[in-house]
Design a protein around this ligand. Sequence first.
Ligand SMILES: *Cc1c(COP(=O)(O)O)cnc(C)c1O
Length: 374
Amino acid sequence: MRMETLAVHAGATPDAETGAVVPPLHLATTFEHAPDGSLPHGLIYQRTDHPTQQRFEQALAALEGGVRALYFGSGMAAGSALLQCLPPGSHVLFPHDVYHGFRHLALEYFARWNLRCDFADLSDIPSTHAALTPLTRLIWAETPSNPLLQISDIAALAELAHARGARLLVDNTFASPVLQQPLTLGADVVLQSVTKYIGGHSDTMGGALVFGAGLDALAEQVFRTRAAVGLHGAPLGAWLALRGLHSLPARMDWHCRNAFAVAQALGAHPAVARVHYPGLPTHPGHAVAARQMRDFGGMVSFELAGGREAALACAARLKLFINATSLGGCESLVEHRASTEGPTPTSPQSLLRLSVGLEHPDDLVGDLMQALAG
Ligand SMILES: *Cc1c(COP(=O)(O)O)cnc(C)c1O
């Protein structure tokens, strides 16, 4: 089955009890035991598992080409659950521009969790190789990365990790399963911030991990950790996430088309020093992205020739692009990342990040041109 068909039908079997075409939303926190104490439906308590979440997990596992998916209350909860399952003393290799929430987590909590980490340029295989240590248990890739849209070669990283007995996780949030399937390229685990493209409407928080073949023991350990620590997602969130999946391929198509138009227009403007979009042939990761992605996504970032002041002024003049964090919704957003990253920002001060939404491309380009004209 092709992606568009799978997305509409995955997890969407009509309700056996009523025939309802749309899945029921089960809010129950507890489930009835049989007289002998067994669990007739395998469910006991919402923190451990619940039916709406199970539907979403089956659908997402199918879309990512994985064996098992686990749903969480947020992308951060999903990532933390996996990190908490690493053996004590493990070393994790992150990319320099890893999502700032995980950078914060690593710097603030790893010592307490008895984990170590380093940050390297994962778009470069020799420097990634050089940064591995005998204790490296996990390479954590993010491609395209947030907010620099750097591309790393998933198949090459998987080979590197496996040669050392380590695992490869890919944060697939920017691409979504529609544009990239890391598990089919050799990755072991995929992370999704469901809050973004999968939810797709800026109205539900969620996260997910999807495990490839042979990872059953790790998936089971993470499942138990989710329940033990209470990192599960609520039923309504899982229900909205499942609804989002059905339209994901159609939305991604339009996001990609709009983002390409925006990236091209920005690239031709004299006030713009640099555009970061893997769909442009001038992007250093273009060839790898073209090989491992179906299209290049809806995220674009660019640097203003006039630096920080010009970037802030441009964001303030935009009318359609709302100045807010997050991404993947129908509405276009703009953000000066360095301002949101706390006291030690890693994003360039001259950089604005765009989540290109589902408006008409001419309206979006027009808005950017008037904002750049000043
Ligand atoms: C937003 C985001 C996360 C964190 O997800 P939450 O749902 O906000 O917890 C992780 N990785 C990337 C790439 C993100 O954009």
